[in-house]
Design a protein around this ligand. Structure first.
Ligand SMILES: Nc1ncnc2c1ncn2[C@@H]1O[C@H](COP(=O)(O)OP(=O)(O)OP(=O)(O)O)[C@@H](O)[C@H]1O
Ligand SMILES: [Mg+2]
Length: 380
């Protein structure tokens, strides 16, 4: 066991890193955050913050030396960096898992080989093969960059051959991989947080129901409005996937629910997830506190829901609502409201700047309050 006289290292210092830092410090651990972005919010919370580039040899030496265990809050950390740390200190999840999940071609390959359901897809390594691949899958399609995509960035919706030839022209000069996926005609988007310890113990959170707008998460509801049977099926699927991956740490599995109640796995995040923010206020242990347990070989806790909740992302300029006296007053007058401002230095369009969680026993009232919050955010 790694006890609280030790330090935990986090690669990446965004909001996920911030909440993990807070959860770890609450349990007495010291935390070191390494992020080359000096404006990354977790720097302000860390006991030790490193702001050099990830290829800085002295920083690497120090980071390995000072931390008992390391994790990352972003899957686009170089696998080679994780592998060199792992040679000396445990990294959770490890480099093999990161390698599988960092690249959509590898990720889908792993899932397909394990017999897990995914939407029909084809890898595209050369843009010249795009049209043939599109014709063999059939429209509508989504083309996604194999690596480095997030919040719907690096994705193109394609509804006919004309759109594919346009895209082929655009991608021609670039040398990276892509996947073409059939658009899933889903009835709901769901996600489940799965934690797995080094001893193989696995626990899952209640399923969340997610609503995206323009490829970016807008709202997340916990628990999802689905049958107990389906929740149970999702928990079993989540445990099976992370066990097959031999993953140690905290993960989120994003799913599409189809009309016939079949499930497709969209993607797996090897880290806490935006749709799990609500666990901070609605469950008896948050995804971040659970992540600390997986990192430090502590016994895991089977999470229980204390209250239904709705979580809304605060995007771009909407954060100004939380910084305006009269709107803030109106927001704070809503019962069961929890406000989070990530204190990111620069406001950018569509950037996740904060979130708001509403807790309450009546799901109908929660939905009505969520609409009120959305109206107030628009006033920013
Ligand atoms: N095959 C698909 N069929 C239908 N909708 C899709 C498909 N792939 C992606 N989407 C929609 O786009 C959203 C973002 O896609 P995806 O999760 O692959 O991208 P991302 O850039 O990794 O996003 P994030 O970082 O927010 O998870 C999905 O949540 C879903 O709403
Ligand atoms: Mg996603």
């Amino acid at each position: 066991m790694i006890l609280s006289d030790q330090q935990i290292g986090i690669l990446g210092g965004g909001q996920l890193g911030t909440f993990l830092t807070i959860a770890a410090k609450q349990m007495g651990y010291r935390v070191s955050v390494w992020d080359p972005d000096i404006g990354a919010p977790a720097h302000a919370w860390a006991d030790h913050s490193i702001q050099t580039h990830f290829d800085h040899p002295e920083s690497l030496k120090q980071f390995i030396h000072e931390n008992a265990v390391i994790t990352y809050e972003w899957e686009n950390i170089p696998v080679s960096l994780v592998a060199s740390i792992e040679a000396e200190k445990p990294v959770r999840p490890g480099s093999t898992v990161l390698n599988h999940l960092q690249n959509r071609i590898q990720e889908k390959g792993f899932l397909t080989a394990g017999g897990f359901p995914v939407t029909p897809y084809l890898p595209v390594l050369d843009p010249n093969n795009l049209v043939a691949a599109a014709e063999s899958l059939g429209f509508p399609l989504i083309c996604k960059t194999a690596t480095a995509g997030y919040d719907g960035i690096g994705q193109w919706r394609l509804s006919n051959v004309g759109a594919v030839t346009d895209l082929r022209r655009k991608l021609k000069s670039r040398k990276r991989g892509w996947i073409l996926e059939k658009v899933a005609n889903f009835s709901k988007e769901l996600s489940v947080i799965v934690a797995r310890g080094a001893d193989g113990e696995v626990v899952t959170y209640p399923v969340s129901e997610n609503i995206h707008e323009n490829g970016i998460l807008r709202l997340s509801k916990i628990p999802a409005e689905i049958s107990a049977d389906l929740s149970e099926r999702i928990a079993r699927l989540g445990k099976a996937v992370i066990t097959a991956l031999e993953g140690v740490g905290l993960f989120c599995i994003e799913l599409f629910l189809l009309e016939n109640d079949a499930l497709l796995i969209n993607e797996i995040a090897p880290r806490p997830h935006n749709s799990g923010h609500a666990t901070m206020d609605s469950c008896d242990t948050s995804q971040y506190a659970q992540q600390v347990r997986t990192l430090c070989n502590l016994p895991l806790m089977t999470p229980r829901i204390l209250s239904p909740a709705v979580m809304l992302n605060v995007l771009g300029d909407e954060i100004k609502a939380l910084r305006n006296e009269s709107i803030l007053k109106a927001l704070l007058s809503l019962p069961g409201i929890h406000l989070y401002d990530y204190r990111k230095q620069e406001i950018k369009d569509r950037r996740k700047m904060g979130h708001i969680t509403l807790t309450g026993s009546d799901p109908i009232q929660l939905s009505a309050q969520a609409l009120q919050v959305q109206d107030l955010l628009k006033k920013s």
